[in-house]
Design a protein around this ligand. Structure first.
Ligand code: IPE
Ligand code: IPE
Ligand code: MG
Length: 255
């Protein structure tokens, strides 16, 4: 329980309760379709321009000294979209990895992919593995790509894995603590997001990082994702600076 206590009640003198640059920013990149519709363009064009916005976000995050940037690229529920759009989104991921991996690596970016690999096409899985393997020892920004990701599905997989260990006799149910669960999640080793940004004006979580966002700050921006730029990113960080993170305790700013 010591790890949990550490994380949920940080020493105010160290964390300054939200005053430092957030170590982990997670983004729900929403509004590509509406961006395109507004311009009379096909939805694909919005998604294509959305990839440019990811490149911008990675550069800005690195410049700002953010350590972890998570981008929600394809949800476990996005399979409900028309087959052509699903195929377009898969194609954009493949193109992104093929085209950008060398540059990400050159920039010391470490890539992690979270989400279900099962169910992805056989030409995507090796690409994701290559991206992680090539960049695993990099020490700069960690770019976490949530692809075929769902927070509830992630917890379900973790529960199954732990239940199997209990069944095998290698895990005592009474010894399961917060850290045991975290270690079984796709995000093991990654700190919880300090700040979650969602673009497009929607104010919901859409099955993103369900476990990890228990104490995250949320900032909802009206702009559509392809328009996300340095000014909007900095506006979200400024809003984060105005927040008073209490983690159930009392304000570090009080008294
Ligand atoms: C976000 O944009 C990208 C994905 C969910 C893959 P949308 O495609 O959801 O765009 P809107 O919400 O329809 O405008
Ligand atoms: C959330 O956006 C998923 C991603 C950004 C990948 P959606 O557009 O799929 O979410 P809903 O359907 O509006 O909740
Ligand atoms: Mg959407």
């Amino acid at each position: 329980m010591s790890g949990e206590a550490k994380r949920t009640a940080p020493d105010p003198a160290c964390s300054k309760a939200g005053e430092g640059i957030p170590a982990h920013v997670a983004i729900i990149m929403d509004g590509n379709g509406r961006w395109a519709a507004q311009r009379g363009l096909p939805r694909f064009e919005g998604h294509r321009r959305g990839v440019d916005a990811i490149r911008r976000a990675v550069r800005i995050a690195g410049d700002l000294g953010i350590r972890y940037l998570t981008v929600y690229s394809f949800s476990a529920e996005n399979w409900r979209r028309p087959a052509q759009e699903v195929s377009d989104l898969m194609g954009l991921l493949k193109r992104f990895v093929r085209h950008d991996l060398a540059e990400l690596h050159a920039n010391n970016v470490r890539v992690r992919i979270i989400g279900e690999r099962e169910g992805l096409a056989s030409d995507i899985r090796p690409l994701l593995e290559e991206a992680e393997q090539l960049t695993r020892d990099n020490t700069g920004l960690t770019l976490v790509i949530a692809f075929n990701y769902g927070g509830r599905q992630e917890i379900l997989s973790a529960v199954r894995a732990l239940a199997r260990k209990v069944q095998e006799g290698s895990l005592d149910p009474d010894r399961i603590d917060m850290e045991t669960i975290e270690a079984a999640l796709d995000t093991h080793g990654i700190p919880d997001p300090d700040l979650v940004i969602r673009t497009s004006g929607e104010q919901r979580v859409s099955n993103f990082l369900t476990w990890q966002t228990a104490y995250s700050e949320f900032v909802f921006l009206p702009c559509y994702w392809p328009d996300f730029d340095e000014a909007t990113f900095k506006a979200a960080i400024d809003e984060y600076f105005r927040r008073d993170r209490r983690f159930g305790g009392l304000s570090a700013r009080a008294g």
